[in-house]
Design a protein around this ligand. Structure first.
Ligand code: PAF
Length: 291
């Protein structure tokens, strides 16, 4: 594996189809699953490693975001990554050009984190323009981010195929996130209510419940006593709030447990008129986040 610092240096090492995994580092098994998918689908696997200041609405959150390049380089090497792209700074000066997605970028996460998706779309567009991948891999845990990026690609005609991969969960159901390292043992039971509520709602949806308010209230009920930002059933493509589960959708929630903000969702696809929930995949061992 080579560590590269510039777009040209990365592109100079390409062979065949290029798969990009955009990341902000501090890898966990969710990132490794994206790298493995890219390894299977592409000839050259590039992982970008950049904590993007544009997508943080809270400077304290940016300052404490976990970082460890040596650890990450070792993990990427083991996952079979060819190029770890670690730019010195993608935005040495505040960019005058930013990409704001109307509508779907302003709802749910966008309403609670103003400017977040503008920051995401701007950095991802810059990575697509500079690295020119054929394929790009994102986690379904950030379902709204996937919608935003698919729309960005469509609107600006980036010649890249976006592939969304299942959420990876710890053995108790908690969705992997680099931020999980900040959860104290005391906070973990509260954090777990998030995936429990969503997974219960997934059972109900597969058993025939189609009413959005009913599915949302199952999650809210499980989250009693937790600081909830939102619980919402939304369409996968437009991120529009749904009254009924009658098209590809995701049921998402965001909560705050102490200083840690957690998001999670279950996605629903319709197969021959039946609802099929994507609950993600579970680890059967302790996450490497805590080793
Ligand atoms: O999902 C993330 O880690 C980030 O939002 C991304 C896509 C790498 C952009 O900074």
């Amino acid at each position: 594996m080579d560590l590269v610092r510039s777009f040209a240096e990365a592109r100079g090492r390409y062979l065949g189809r290029v798969g990009l995994v955009p990341t902000m580092g501090f890898f966990h098994e969710g990132h490794l699953a994206l790298m493995q998918a890219a390894r299977q689908g592409a000839d050259t696997v590039v992982v970008s490693h950049f904590v993007n200041p544009l997508q943080f609405d809270d400077p304290a959150d940016l300052a404490r975001y976990p970082r460890d390049l040596d650890r990450d380089a070792g993990l990427a090497e083991t996952a079979g990554v060819d190029l770890l792209f670690v730019p010195q700074d993608l935005f040495p000066a505040a960019p005058a050009t930013r990409i704001a997605l109307e509508g779907l970028g302003a709802r749910l996460e966008g309403a609670f984190r103003p400017g977040h998706f503008t920051g995401v779309a701007t950095v991802v567009a810059k990575l697509f323009a500079g690295l020119q991948p054929d394929l790009a891999y994102f986690g379904r845990k950030d379902a709204q981010q996937v919608a935003v990026i698919r729309r960005l690609v469509e609107d600006l005609s980036f010649p890249v195929r976006v592939l969304a991969q299942p959420t990876v969960r710890e053995s108790d159901g908690l969705a992997l996130s680099s931020r999980n390292v900040f959860l104290t043992p005391d906070q973990r039971p509260q954090a777990l209510l998030l995936s429990r509520g969503l997974l219960e709602a997934a059972e109900a949806a597969e058993a025939g419940e189609r009413n959005g308010a009913a599915l949302e209230s199952l999650v809210r009920h499980r989250l009693a006593g937790v600081d909830v930002d939102y619980v919402a059933l939304a369409s996968q493509d437009q991120v529009e709030r749904l009254t009924d589960l009658d098209r590809p959708a995701f049921l998402a929630a965001a909560v705050r447990v102490g200083e840690v903000r957690l998001i999670d969702n279950v996605s629903f696809d319709l197969v021959a008129g039946e609802v099929v929930a994507d609950r993600g995949v579970r680890l059967d061992h302790q996450s490497l986040l805590y080793r």
